[in-house]
Design a protein around this ligand. Structure first.
Ligand code: CP
Length: 339
């Protein structure tokens, strides 16, 4: 966020600091991030029951609006909403009126007219969920499921939950994020979360062509050499090469990228012996990670997916709680004004 942009928190927090939308991690403090992790921890047990349901969103309608493809995020948001007992509508953008030219605003107005309580939005345009949150009917919560290169806050939080489960803390940890940082909304949210939660060092390891300008300003140090970058790591997070977002030739070849930056068993051996391996998915085996590493004993990639459900349950229930608290506060305020 630059000095000229307003804090996103006038939108995503209530007056007393509760979540009412979840758009970005920018401006959210350690206490709230820890609250999200603790709430998610309490939902992990729900996923281990034979009947995996709690009634927190009973009678509520959650609409999944994915304008970009997704496997993990869309499925885990749907499961999370169902485990909270919400009614869930997955709008298929390819067969919706969007394909006939209906604007995003008109699509939303129509879905709001169906008394929806929450929109989970993935969009290729950075800022789309923010734009929707600015105009949506009061009481409706907006959750960002990934917007352009800007942010993927629930992914970063499920990654933080996974790190906390395996390492027990953030203080003192050295974490590296490797690969296509330039196009990665995930990396931006992870760097923000790791710094706020107290990691000792966040490194990005990548060729200069795959790093944003002034990347250090995000709160990380840069290492161009993977062998040097792997030293002393507690956590290594690999990123997918986002070829669909690449304009021009940013890489000599995938083969060369893998030779220099792919996570092989040899390169992983340079990190601490208990270093965990993470990847938000989808993974490209042999492009950014060797299969033996992705499926190996240090990999926690599938734990990340499982934790996605608990984190999304936490964020959805907290945002709905914030919306309800705000509605009650407005009622009290208007009664006081009348009285
Ligand atoms: N990590 C992630 O966002 O994966 P999907 O694109 O499958 O949702």
């Amino acid at each position: 966020m630059t000095a000229n942009q307003p804090s996103p928190n006038h939108l995503q927090l209530t007056r007393d600091g509760q979540l009412r939308h979840f758009l970005t991690l920018d401006g959210l403090g350690r206490e709230l991030l820890t609250d999200i992790l603790d709430t998610a921890d309490s939902f992990i047990e729900v996923g281990e029951r034979s009947i995996k349901k709690v009634p927190l969103l009973r009678g509520r309608t959650v609409v999944n609006l994915f304008f970009e493809s997704s496997t993990r995020t869309r499925s885990t948001f749907e499961l999370a909403a169902k485990r909270l007992s919400a009614d869930v509508l997955n709008l298929d953008i390819n067969t919706s009126a969007t394909s006939k030219g209906e604007s995003l605003s008109d699509t939303l107005l129509n879905l709001e007219a169906m008394a929806s309580d929450m929109f989970v939005v993935r969009h290729s345009q950075s800022g789309a969920p923010h734009f929707i949150a600015e105009s949506v009917t009061p009481g409706v919560a907006i959750i960002n499921a990934g917007d352009g290169r800007h942010a993927h806050p629930t992914q970063a939080m499920l990654d933080m939950l996974t790190i906390r489960q395996h390492k027990g803390r953030f203080e003192g940890l050295k974490v590296a994020i490797v690969g296509d940082v330039l196009h990665s909304r995930v990396a931006r949210s992870q760097i923000r979360a790791l710094n706020e939660l107290g990691a000792a060092e966040v490194r990005v390891i990548a060729p200069g062509t795959l790093l944003p300008r002034d990347v250090e300003d995000l709160g990380c140090i840069v290492e161009y050499d993977m062998s040097r970058g792997m030293k002393d790591l507690d956590v290594v997070i690999m990123l997918r090469l986002q070829k669909e977002r690449m304009e021009g030739a940013l890489l000599p070849s995938e083969r060369e990228f893998y030779r220099l930056y792919g996570l092989s068993q040899d390169k992983l051996a340079l990190a601490r012996p208990d270093c965990i391996v993470m990847h938000p998915g989808p993974i490209n085996r042999g492009v950014e990670i060797e299969s033996a590493v992705a499926d190996g004993p240090q990999s926690v990639i599938l734990n990340q997916v499982t934790n996605g459900i608990a984190i999304r349950m936490a964020v959805m229930s907290m945002a709905m709680g914030g919306q309800m608290a705000e509605r009650q506060q407005k009622q009290i305020d208007s009664e006081e004004t009348r009285g």
